[in-house]
Design a protein around this ligand. Structure first.
Ligand code: 9WN
Length: 435
């Protein structure tokens, strides 16, 4: 049984692997290389084909800009099955953009610190992997320096995102209140996503108008960070993004210590780490809700909703034992009734919850993977094990879907699997869970 499902996962990953040495998240729907997908995908490969794991990391990091920025999509290839593509994003507008690859001018969560660390844990030949890490690690470090230098607006260790696509949690109800502060033009374009996936499971046309408008504002200023910070209607501190940065700082410190030398970099990371942890706990923890929340910098207020990102700091080690316990209690109380799989991407008790629509409710395997490791880290093993078991059951019963309905008996559909099928990180992380 275990071998069978692992073999299926391997098939999914191998079919999505492309000649250029990178892996698409899902055929048709996502035909390029995405930043955080690529990290999770590398973990799957590492268990059975270490060369592919290395190539995956190399190809994404090769698209780094001269200022340390790593884009969220790298357009290695042409494809007309996705919108918006390279013609819309126009990364060349930024003077320090990669000359080699076209990309977007926005980023995604900085996963590569902990990805390199996990690759080291998985690899049989530790010396060979350490040599590989030694070649790549400065790029990841430069990426962290980029964030602290350009995106830590208040110098409190918290870095902002300027677009909902940077969060990775694209159409979350978290952003609804921000959309009401904007009035973007009605764009004319041909949606491609809804030719692959039922429209009821994707963002609305009007939401896309908002997404495109923020990019247009950034483009008008050649993707200049300072201008974006001044003008973007979307400017948010995300507990998921910042928790991942903190977790990756920690991993980089460990890896540099393993490699030896690099004291200046270790010192910088340690200093930032302290600030980031304290910023996260003071600015993003919401006592009333008992979890971390997002912060809208443009309108200077917390965004007081619970979602799966609210618990992501568990993975970073930022919460102390009391906070970790609180987080677990909140998760159980609001997301964890017996009739549900963990962990819905948005608060199931809230009226904005939608069990089928993308990041407005469904369960995502990459979030579950981080929550599993976060809960384990804090010794909250029962809940961790439930999350892992739920993730495996959802995939075994439904297939390698992009996201899943959290309701155990689902009155709306025969399957709990939604979005893209044969989705790479669902396959990769199942392998990592089972190996
Ligand atoms: C926009 C690739 C990506 C994931 C994101 C997910 C979805 C893209 C889209 O797909 O976003 O980046 O077009 O909907 O939300 O987390 O990285 O799998």
């Amino acid at each position: 049984m275990k071998e069978q499902i692992i073999n299926k996962a391997i098939q999914v990953l191998d079919n999505n692997f492309q000649k250029g040495g990178f892996t698409i998240p899902s055929k048709g729907l996502y035909p390029f290389q995405w930043k955080w997908d690529s990290g999770f995908i590398a973990l799957g490969f590492a268990h059975y084909d270490i060369d592919k794991a290395k190539q995956e990391v190399e190809t994404i990091l090769d698209a780094q800009w001269e200022n340390g920025f790593i884009p969220h999509i790298v357009f290695h290839n042409d494809s007309d099955t996705y919108f918006p593509g390279p013609e819309f994003h126009q990364s060349h507008l930024h003077p320090l953009a990669s000359k080699k690859y076209r990309s977007t001018g926005m980023t995604q969560p900085p996963v590569f610190g902990f990805i390199l660390e996990r690759l080291y844990e998985i690899a049989d030949d530790k010396q060979d992997m350490l040599d590989f890490i030694n070649k790549q690690i400065d790029k990841v470090y430069d990426n962290h320096v980029y964030f602290y230098k350009n995106r830590d607006l208040n110098q409190d260790g918290l870095v902002y995102i300027y677009h909902n696509w940077e969060s990775g949690t694209d159409n979350s109800p978290l952003w609804d209140d921000i959309w009401t502060t904007m009035n973007p033009p009605e764009y004319t374009f041909e949606r491609r996503d809804t030719s692959h996936v039922d429209a009821s499971q994707r963002p609305s046309k009007r939401e896309y108008d908002h997404y495109l408008h923020i990019i247009d504002i950034a483009k008008e200023h050649n993707y200049d960070d300072a201008k974006i910070a001044e003008l973007s209607p979307f400017l948010v501190l995300d507990p998921l993004f910042n928790a991942i940065l903190i977790r990756s700082n920690e991993a980089l410190i460990n890896l540099y210590q393993q490699i030896g030398g690099h004291q200046d970099k270790i010192d910088f990371l340690k200093q930032q780490q302290l600030k980031s942890i304290s910023g996260l706990n003071s600015k993003l923890f919401n006592e009333e809700l008992g979890a971390y929340v997002h912060y809208d910098l443009r309108n200077d207020r917390q965004i007081p909703y619970l979602c799966s990102s609210s618990f992501a700091p568990l993975y970073s080690g930022a919460p102390d034992a009391d906070k970790a316990k609180r987080l677990a209690e909140t998760m159980l109380k609001r997301f964890g009734d017996e009739g549900r799989y963990l962990c819905a991407s948005f608060d199931p008790t809230h009226d904005r919850f939608n069990p089928k629509k993308y990041w407005r409710g469904p369960v995502w395997i990459n979030m579950n993977w981080m929550l599993y490791h976060g809960l384990r880290r804090h010794g909250i093993n029962d809940l961790a094990d439930r999350i892992k078991a739920d993730s495996l059951e959802l995939i075994e019963k439904n297939g390698f879907f992009e996201y899943f309905d959290s309701r155990k008996s689902n009155p709306d559909s025969e399957t709990n699997g939604y979005g893209g099928n044969n989705f790479s990180w669902s396959a990769a992380l199942l392998i990592d869970f089972l190996k």
